[in-house]
Ligand binder design. Structure first.
Ligand SMILES: [Zn+2]
Length: 319
């Protein structure tokens, strides 16, 4: 058993408010396991919010390991005990909240914060190296951080904007970004940009949230669809004659939302129709555009859409 002064020192080193180190072991030559104990014998009941000190005797063990920030060349694991209480007031049994680790997570909040800061400043590989973790472990942390963020539904959303970004993998894939126009931050990234995907997300917010933004979003979805349909015309392999017909139809629908764009199109109609008849490689400009974005994003070392979406969202919340 380590001496009290050593345990006091370890407690100081790991710095978890309200917890003290009660023991530690070197489990391998570069891994240290620190046992923590809560300094208080009280916890607040999540059902009735009264404080209680009655620890529920359970045969089940609630001790488990969580990973923390490395110390010097050591990987640090904490041996924590999430105690169970029985509320003296409402008689419910509950397990206590631990301030430094979220339920069902295998790493401390401090480690997650450090990892996200490092990923955003450098990339996944670097953050992994600094914390002696694999890229897969880092990506798990990012994924779970995103899940936590998405569980918090956007608060006070009044005006919803829809924008788009090029899909990271290139090709003709785009993602829709839903933006809180007042707070100027993205609230969701959708892999598809069609009406169904957007509607599905809006429904996931629940009717209460949806009512707050319904008027805006209905109009926005329509505008978005119209904006998308002109792109579809330009991307389809049609002749100038067919394009003239399609564009005329489009203008009928689009005029009330995009009068200036419609006037521009009318003014340039001959040049636009020539584009349909003469184009050689329709996706050239698109391809260059995508490549620039791809290079810009590549800094993070993230390759698939899930990770890309994650990093965009996390950027707004942690930077
Ligand atoms: Zn209670």
């Amino acid at each position: 058993m380590p001496s009290n002064s050593l345990l006091f020192f370890v407690t100081k080193l790991i710095k978890f408010e309200g917890f003290k180190a009660t023991n530690y072991w070197f489990i391998t030559e570069n891994e240290i396991l620190i046992e923590l104990a809560n300094k208080t014998n009280r916890s607040t009941c999540p059902y009735c919010h009264k404080s209680t000190d009655k620890i529920h005797q359970s045969h089940q063990s609630h001790q488990y390991r969580v990973r923390d920030i490395p110390l010097s060349s050591f990987d640090v694991f904490l041996f924590v005990n999430r105690r169970q209480f029985r509320c003296k007031n409402c008689r419910q049994v509950f397990s206590e909240e631990l301030s430094f680790v979220k339920k069902r997570r295998t790493y401390t909040k401090k480690l997650a914060q450090k990892v996200i800061e490092e990923v955003l400043a450098t990339d996944v590989a670097n953050a992994g190296k600094r914390n002696r973790m694999s890229s897969a472990e880092i990506e798990t942390i990012l994924k779970e951080l995103e899940e936590d963020l998405l569980k918090e539904k956007p608060q006070g959303l009044k005006r919803l904007g829809i924008d788009e970004i090029t899909h990271l993998k290139g090709g003709k894939n785009y993602a829709a970004v839903l933006v809180d126009l007042d707070k100027r931050k993205p609230i969701a990234l959708l892999e598809k940009r069609n009406k169904e995907a957007i509607a599905e997300y809006l429904q996931s917010l629940g009717s209460e949230k949806l009512n707050e933004v319904r008027d805006v979003s209905a109009k926005l979805i329509e505008m978005y669809q119209i904006k998308e349909s002109i792109r579809d015309i330009f991307e389809s392999q049609i002749t100038g004659d067919k394009a003239l017909w399609d564009i005329a139809e489009w203008i009928k629908e689009a005029y009330k939302y995009f009068p200036r764009s419609c006037q521009t199109i009318k003014r340039w109609i001959d040049e636009i129709l020539a584009y349909f008849d003469n184009r050689t490689t329709p996706s050239t400009v698109e391809g260059i555009n995508q490549k620039i974005k791809l290079i810009k994003r590549r800094g993070y070392g993230l390759k698939n859409f899930d990770n890309f979406r994650r990093i965009v969202l996390l950027n707004w919340h942690f930077c």
